[in-house]
Design a protein around this ligand. Structure first.
Ligand SMILES: Nc1ncnc2c1ncn2[C@@H]1O[C@H](COP(=O)(O)OP(=O)(O)OP(=O)(O)O)[C@@H](O)[C@H]1O
Length: 297
């Protein structure tokens, strides 16, 4: 079987400092590689967890796949076609969808949920009753009542907003879903609901998913394969259980050791003020990883 998505030696470079500082500074700071030679593939129907510290380049990689960020070097092919070709890029965009990190911020506040779910149909001139019916069907798909078509984004809870984010992403029946921190900021029980929903819909609709996250405890249970990023590089990929049981890279090993212990009887005591957010890896992790990394495997 050929991959749905193949990323080959991809690099992304950002300039340091804002536009103003670059305009007024006669000696601008050198640009830096946010993504550095990443090679990765995703098979149809597969779930890949993209994991790494904050700032390691996960979101940038997802945005680059969708053409929201320009690559400095490398090649991306989707369903066997190089997305550098405009027609193939448009085909990829029609078959890919992104769930953004902050679902409420990514939804236009002045539009009702029904309109937000059917924007592409509005552009295609689909009549209003059919659009409403399609929006209600999408809401049912993600377990929300039909009456939500008339709500505004600010009238949703965090979990409901995520569900609308899933519905919106699936409106175009994508072959690939890129989900950026789909559970960030949600209660643990709601996190489970959102992940189960994505899992069920994946089985039903057969799309592949790339889930960007810090949350190792969560991704362990939902991904087929893991890709670990560190400072813009992919340091390890492999089947999820293999990566957890026998990490090959010291950074991966350190990440796994820092995973929160889910059994409260085994949890280490923490003082109330500095209680760790289970959503994030430990901030002290940065201090424990070697600064000079061995070559990538
Ligand atoms: N538009 C931009 N211009 C300049 N630097 C940027 C830009 N976007 C991101 N960066 C920098 O690129 C690096 C990677 O950012 P990115 O958001 O991809 O990381 P991440 O791994 O997704 O982090 P997080 O988990 O916190 O979302 C960071 O150092 C960030 O400051």
């Amino acid at each position: 079987m050929s991959p749905l998505l193949a990323i080959d030696d991809l690099s992304v470079t950002f300039a340091r400092g804002g536009l103003l500082s670059r305009l007024i500074n006669p000696f601008p700071l050198p640009s830096f590689n946010v993504i550095d030679g990443v090679t990765l593939s995703l098979m149809p129907g597969e779930t890949l967890g993209l994991v790494g510290e904050s700032g390691s380049g996960k979101t940038t990689l997802a945005r680059t796949i969708l053409g929201l960020v320009r690559a400095a070097a490398g090649r991306i092919t989707f369903e066997g076609r190089d997305v550098a070709t405009p027609a193939d890029f448009r085909a990829m965009r029609r078959r890919s969808a992104m769930m953004f990190q902050d679902p409420v911020a990514s939804l236009s506040p002045r539009l009702r949920i029904g309109t937000l779910l059917t924007e592409p149909q509005i552009i295609q001139g689909v009549p209003m009753p059919d659009r409403r019916a399609a929006a209600k069907a999408l809401l049912a798909l993600v377990g929300l009542p039909a009456s939500f078509v008339d709500r505004f984004p600010h009238e949703l809870s965090g979990g409901q907003a995520r569900r609308v984010g899933v519905a919106r992403a699936l409106a175009m029946k994508p072959h690939l879903l890129l989900a950026d921190e789909p559970t960030a900021g949600l209660d643990v029980s709601v996190q489970g609901d959102v992940l189960n929903l994505i899992g069920e819909l994946k089985r039903e609709l057969g799309f592949a998913a790339m889930i960007v996250t810090h949350n190792l405890a969560m991704i362990r249970h939902v991904s087929d394969r893991l890709a670990i990023m560190y400072l813009g590089r992919l340091v390890e990929t492999g089947p999820t259980q293999d990566v957890f049981s026998a990490p090959m890279h010291p950074y991966t090993a350190t990440l796994i050791q820092s995973e929160p212990i889910p059994d409260p009887r085994r949890a280490q005591p923490e003082s109330g003020r500095h209680r760790r957010n289970p959503e994030c890896v430990s901030p002290t992790l940065w201090l424990r990883i070697p600064h000079t990394l061995p070559d990538r495997p």
